[in-house]
Design a protein around this ligand. Sequence first.
Ligand code: F6R
Length: 237
Amino acid sequence: MELYVLRSKEEIGLEVARRIVERVKENPNIVLGLATGSTPLPTYKAIVKYSLSENVSYKNVTTFNLDEYVGLDENNNQSYRFFMNDNLFKYLDFGTTSHHFPSLENISSYDEEIEKYGGIDIQILGIGSNGHIAFNEPFTDIKEKTHVVKLSENTIKDNSRFFNSIDEVPTKAITMGLETILKSKEIILIATGKNKSVAVKKMLEGTYDPSCPASSLNLAKCKVHIYIDDECYEGMK
Ligand code: F6R
């Protein structure tokens, strides 16, 4: 694991976007694994900025999102498909069939589909305040592939900030499993803000602790880059 501490979430966004855009230029058929939530927003904004100013094409890029709520269709502005269209996809020249999201329909073939495209070249991750990655909550089996999860109370509470009320937050989601994520060829995890400090500290201890799913990244065979901001770092002391 390689740790980078940068001043702000905006700086992280610029740095991670630079890395990704360079990789898209090198390999126009790249397969990207994408996260939603507030953390990757500065990265997506910077990817759009660099890609448009440098005329980078996404026509042959394939994307696989980590997760999706059960029960929200793509027109619902809280669905992750809506989020991705709104913050990244609509600005770039992706093909109409470039994007993949896990659903109740494709749940048993999602991992195979990823394999069919040659696997995920770069997987972007955020982290929950309880250490979850994608929607793999504490004590998820490390051998899980894409599966349905019941969201923990902690995650429902954290995510209620995006909804009008906590009652509107779906209680279930479909998520790539830890095994799916660990198969990626390169992983970039971003954590910004003080509320991530405890989880990040645990992840950086260097061993796998099932109470912190992000610590499973210590078992990854690929390169894992962890980007945190000063605020998250200060909270770890
Ligand atoms: C979303 C996802 C989640 C988030 C995590 C942090 O696709 O995989 O694991 O990364 O819940 O969310 P934010 O970034 O909103 O703090």
